[in-house]
Write a protein that binds this ligand. Structure first.
Ligand code: URP
Ligand code: ZN
Ligand code: ZN
Length: 466
């Protein structure tokens, strides 16, 4: 039975507009918007009314970079699709795009089917997949076309992690050529992994085993060099390029230079690079391990360039790269050898709040918040306007956000399945109050109302941001 829901009296904020409007939801979609108090809105009848006065009414967040249950470094990311999507909803995110993994020697099909199985019937919110290419060969290049046809339209390649996910320049060029023919978007982990491995070996030989050395060997120059090389390879192939988890000012400069030439080159950064730094990696008693991820956290001076890039649109998206490992038993695998610390940070629950704080701190505007966290990731990955906006016909993925509520981020209160918070103790103004996914309540005035299996797989079209 279809329930008509009226969301009344809030400030609707999308990437393009801010208006005091009522939103009518029917059959899981946005049916109409009308100015609050207008005759049109007054004439609507609804089965239930949600009072949004004093709140923002925003599109559900689209997190285009998560790794639920990712096997990595001899262990697996600690959030399952069930726990991770529930936590995402608590944080105002209603769509994730997770990464299915191809293992070396195996077909893309096998990896993708494994990820369909992991997620099926488990998710509280809708989800889609990118495909990680770990083994570019004739067979997998052909499979890329099939995946684009079934809605898996983006492919992550790694210039890092030799022997695991790494592709050489020839493999990268071939995959880019294929993507330029089939409309796929190549996502690049841009770090020179061959050079980094030499520096890792040398650091360990000198007895430099603490987490902070993870940041020191993964040098800014090696992110910038790989970013530059990825851009040149994409130019040669005639393909667009999306660089993931950009952390260094010099890498932003490479993207900005390419975009100034009019090239279809895009970049994503993550909250950890905007809010954390090498100071965290240097925390004593191995606590720095909590902050080991790649690309690594940078000295805090880099943050200004990232914020500037987000304002000037040299960076278009903020995703989390949510890849949680518990401190106890998982991060601890790297005691005495930083290269054995599983790489990744938790954050799927924190992104919308941290970026709202950035609005209050003057880094970005309110509409830019929605653009980088909802609308552009949806456009970039072929989900717009189904996701990422509030407009007639869009899925009713809607968040009522209380811009005045105060909260202190903590592992004590978060919903991610991980035993620490990367933002422990941070005071934030703004908090999710209510979340709807396709018109159904997932969070109802700070009570969980969702269920595993509500979320469905989203086949995506090709990039709409070109
Ligand atoms: O440290 C990270 N980023 N872990 C997840 C895998 C990746 O490279 O995105
Ligand atoms: Zn990566
Ligand atoms: Zn990642």
């Amino acid at each position: 039975m279809s329930i008509r829901t009226l969301i009344s009296g809030g400030l609707v904020v999308t990437a393009s507009d801010e208006l005091h409007a009522d939103v009518l939801v029917e059959d899981g979609r946005v049916a109409a918007l009308a100015a609050h108090g207008s005759a049109a809105a007054a004439a609507w009848t609804a089965d239930r009314t949600i009072d949004a006065s004093g709140k923002y009414v925003i599109p559900g967040g689209v997190d285009a970079h998560t790794h639920m249950e990712l096997p990595f470094g001899g262990t697996s990311a600690s959030d399952t699709f069930e726990t991770g999507t529930r936590a995402a909803a608590w944080g105002g995110t209603t769509t994730i795009v997770d990464f299915a993994v191809q293992s070396v020697g195996h077909a893309l099909r096998e990896g993708l089917d494994t990820w369909y199985d992991k997620a099926d019937g488990k998710c509280a919110i809708d989800y889609a997949f990118h495909m990680i290419l770990s083994d570019v060969n004739e067979g997998t290049l052909k499979e890329m076309d099939l995946l684009v046809g079934e809605g898996v339209t983006s492919f992550k390649l790694f210039m890092a992690y030799p022997g695991v996910f790494y592709s050489d320049d020839g493999q990268i060029l071939r995959a880019m050529q294929r993507a330029s023919g089939n409309g796929g978007l190549i996502m690049m982990h841009a770090e020179n992994g061959i050079a980094i491995d030499v520096l890792v070996e040398q650091a360990l030989a000198r007895g430099e085993t603490d987490p902070r050395h993870h940041g020191e060997v993964r040098k800014v120059l090696l992110e910038a060099e790989a970013t530059h090389r990825a851009i040149q390879l994409a130019r040669v192939a005639g393909s667009p390029l999306y660089v993931v988890h950009v952390s260094a000012e010099e890498a932003v400069a490479e993207l900005a230079g390419a975009r100034d030439k009019g090239l279809p080159v895009f970049g994503e950064t993550c909250p950890q690079y905007l809010f954390l730094s090498t100071d965290n990696l240097a925390e004593p008693d191995f606590q720095g391990a909590k902050y080991v991820c790649s690309t690594p956290l940078r000295p805090r001076e880099h943050q200004a360039a990232l914020w500037r890039g987000l304002r000037t649109n040299d960076l278009q998206v903020v995703s989390t790269d949510h890849c949680p490992f518990c401190f106890r038993g998982q991060k601890e695998l790297g005691r005495g050898d930083f290269s054995k610390i599983p790489n990744g940070l938790p954050g799927v629950e924190n992104r919308m709040d941290l970026l709202h704080q950035a609005v209050l701190d003057g880094h970005i505007s309110r509409r830019r918040w929605i653009e980088i966290a909802c609308a552009t990731p949806a456009r970039m990955f072929g989900l717009y306007p189904q996701k990422g906006t509030i407009a007639p016909g869009s899925d009713a993925d809607i968040v009522l956000y209380d811009p005045h509520a105060e909260q202190v981020i903590s592992a004590e209160t978060h919903h991610m399945n991980v035993d620490y918070s990367a933002y422990e103790g941070r005071r934030i103004t703004g908090r999710v109050d209510t979340v709807l996914s396709r018109g159904e309540l997932v969070i109802d005035r700070r009570e969980y109302a969702g269920r595993p299996g509500h979320g469905v797989f989203l086949p995506r079209s090709t990039c709409q941001y070109l």
